[in-house]
Design a binder for this molecule. Structure first.
Ligand SMILES: O=P(O)(O)OC[C@H]1O[C@H](O[C@H]2O[C@H](CO)[C@@H](O)[C@H](O)[C@H]2O)[C@H](O)[C@@H](O)[C@@H]1O
Length: 390
């Protein structure tokens, strides 16, 4: 480990390749506080005030109301339905494009990746009440019978497992920073990633691999979580969740006039933690380690550890509704590797290929995949489906 001096405080660097790759600097005496170090951060604007650094604008544009249009997709008359329809020319419905999708999947193995909130469960005011319907659970269970299926969520892995409750899936929590995967398949060829893998057993005692590239941040995240709870408890409607490797501050139920206050409090706390960064979700501020790891990297990691990284033979499909899902959409778009499907009932710019309006359409799409696969395996119609089956 090498110690560099900077104008303000010492910076400890660690030459370990995995840490370099993940953007982690380790070897610090303690992570109980970020105050010991001064590592350059990604530029996210002026850090003094949430109005000038763009946080407030991002908060206002998150989870836009139904009537919000994006540039290029509205009309002179500003008719939301017309705007949505013109947007769908760029992001066609995955239901009406179903044949095209399955045509691309011929002779390939489909792998399914699913986000949770807003994709499998509808967005609701109370995050603890974001429950999946039994029909959706059954659709996901059936999909997993035919295709390797993983859930990739911003929530903690334990929480999302509790909400989904299906043993037959792979789970990645904390935006992919906590992955439970199989032990029997090929291990990732990237040896640096292997050093973050640990063997353990799952809830049923089955041997699995745990991949946690941000493990060293657990105590820091816990400390920030407790500080956030303390410093926002007077803001009516605010809610802070601890996801182990990241933490979320919800403002969905906070009066809009108090958004600058909640943003400023989070912002002020983060000033003491230069190794953490902020991302925006649907009416939620997400605080996470500044490592180069996201849902896109989690998809790549899972594909590799499931022995599904051969682009010629595997078609990954990722369904998600949030900004954090865009990282996964980008990975699939690169090299036309697979399809991202954005769940949205409003027009918004995305790296996805297709769209679905809401979780009900997600369920129809999943059911269609199962019917298609059964037909294909039955050999009867060669997997051909009619409009009524989709
Ligand atoms: O990656 P995801 O599985 O989509 O998780 C992202 C966040 O989802 C949850 O918050 C969102 O859904 C809530 C329930 O519908 C809603 O109340 C909230 O406004 C949304 O942001 C979850 O509570 C967050 O912790 C996740 O980060």
């Amino acid at each position: 480990m090498e110690m560099k001096s900077s104008s303000s405080s010492p910076v400890l660097t660690d030459p370990s390749p995995i840490n370099k790759r993940l953007g982690i600097h380790t070897g610090l005496p303690s992570f109980s506080s970020g105050k010991y170090i001064n590592i350059p951060r990604k530029k996210i604007g002026k850090l003094d005030d949430v109005r000038s650094n763009g946080w407030l604008d991002a908060m206002k544009s998150s989870s836009p109301p139904r009537k919000k249009f994006i540039k290029g997709f509205s009309t002179a008359a500003e008719d939301p339905d017309f705007a949505y329809c013109s947007w769908m020319l760029k992001y066609p419905s995955a239901l009406s494009s179903f044949e095209h999708i399955t045509h691309s999947a011929r002779n390939k193995k489909i792998a399914v990746f699913l986000d949770y909130d807003g994709t499998l469960s509808p967005i609701v005011d109370d995050p603890d009440q974001a429950l999946m319907s039994e029909e959706m659970r059954s659709a996901v269970r059936n999909v997993a019978k035919y295709f390797p299926t993983a859930i990739i969520s911003g929530r903690s892995r334990d929480k999302v497992y509790e909400l989904v409750g299906l043993r037959e899936l792979y789970y990645a929590g904390s935006h992919g920073m906590d992955i439970m995967g199989p032990t029997i398949q090929t291990v990732p060829t990237d040896h640096h990633l292997n050093s973050c893998v640990e063997s353990t057993t799952d809830q049923q005692g089955k041997e699995v691999n745990l991949f946690q590239p941000a493990r060293e941040f657990i105590s820091m995240i816990d400390e920030v979580f407790r500080t956030l709870v303390e410093n926002t408890k007077d803001i009516k409607g605010s809610k802070v969740e601890n996801h182990k490797f990241c933490t979320s501050v919800h403002y969905r139920n906070v009066d809009e006039k108090n958004w600058p206050t909640i943003a400023q409090r989070v912002h002020d706390i983060l000033k003491d933690y230069p190794r953490l960064r902020l991302t925006h979700g649907r009416k939620v501020l997400e605080v996470r380690p500044e490592i180069e790891w996201d849902k896109g990297k989690a998809v790549e990691f899972l594909l590799e550890s499931l022995d599904l990284s051969d682009v010629e033979n595997v078609l990954p499909i990722y369904i998600g509704d949030d900004r954090t899902d865009e990282d996964a959409f980008k990975v699939l778009r690169q090299g036309k590797r697979g399809y991202g499907i954005l769940v949205s009932s409003v027009a918004k710019e995305s790296s996805a290929f297709y769209s679905l309006r809401d979780p009900t359409e997600v369920m129809r799409f999943l059911n269609s995949l199962v019917v298609w696969k059964r037909l294909l395996e039955g050999g009867g119609s060669g997997g051909k489906m009619n409009r009524r089956t989709i």
